[in-house]
Design a binder for this molecule. Sequence first.
Ligand SMILES: NC(=O)c1ccc[n+]([C@@H]2O[C@H](COP(=O)([O-])OP(=O)(O)OC[C@H]3O[C@@H](n4cnc5c(N)ncnc54)[C@H](OP(=O)(O)O)[C@@H]3O)[C@@H](O)[C@H]2O)c1
Length: 265
Amino acid sequence: MKVLVAGATGAVGRHAVQQLLAAGHFVRALSCRPEPPAGPGSQEPHAAELTEAITLAGSCAGIDAVIACAGASLHIGAIRQRAGFLHVDLQGNRNLLAEARRSGVRRFIYVSEDIRAHERISEEVATSGIPSAMIRPTRLFSACARWLPWARAGFVPLLGSGAERTNPIHEAEVARACVEALSGGAERRTIGGPEIFTRHRLAEMAFDALGKPPRLLVVPPALLEFGCSVTRTDVIAPSYGTLRLGDYLRALTAVAGSAPSFWRR
Ligand SMILES: NC(=O)c1ccc[n+]([C@@H]2O[C@H](COP(=O)([O-])OP(=O)(O)OC[C@H]3O[C@@H](n4cnc5c(N)ncnc54)[C@H](OP(=O)(O)O)[C@@H]3O)[C@@H](O)[C@H]2O)c1
């Protein structure tokens, strides 16, 4: 199968590319700054800015299926420099969907998040006429790892009480669900990992992985609008993943300098 992966350099996208190549598929790897093809398999980089439809022209030519797992970075520098979160996640994915329709793509897999922009584009994907599947993970391990630099620096800021629960999932397992969805199956799938944690415990785990005593700085939720929405609800999905967050964080801390920088998605 010929598969376009949008967001190919991201946490989920990287794994999707690797898994597709390992299974013998052709991959067109789309991102703003595509990496040179690496490893075995047939891979073609494609540079495009999702919010600029013209840069997507031809990206889906000859493609059987799209895995859409691009999203705006929450990295502070990236927010200043590039298109905003809603613009990329809503308009950018709209542009990609339109290009896929024009090129006769036969399957569209969309990785969605529990936020309004993703709800809207999920509806548009579902009614696009292209057979589609929506994969909705709870929270990625890579997002949990964003607390490591804070913990290393001395404290982790926690929005609200931290009592809300979730079962985060490894991005490789989200990628696997996307690859599985290429061959059909459930139209909407919510997936989580094997263990449920409060957000308070997730923050403590960053210290555990570094072998440091936890120091949390509780921040009133009113300070951050986005933070407010994620601090008020549990986000628990049927367990799909088997890999464990504690192992993931310990592995990251074992490799010097490999932890993501502040606020990097
Ligand atoms: N983080 C979570 O806990 C979570 C939970 C549920 C769902 N999700 C969703 O899962 C998807 C994948 O998340 P992730 O953490 O793997 O993302 P990520 O690591 O932040 O990677 C984002 C990818 O999107 C690309 N991208 C960003 N803006 C773009 C633009 N304007 N045009 C073209 N490409 C662009 C990036 O390319 P560059 O490398 O060139 O910047 C990168 O390849 C996202 O849609 C996210 O909303 C995330």
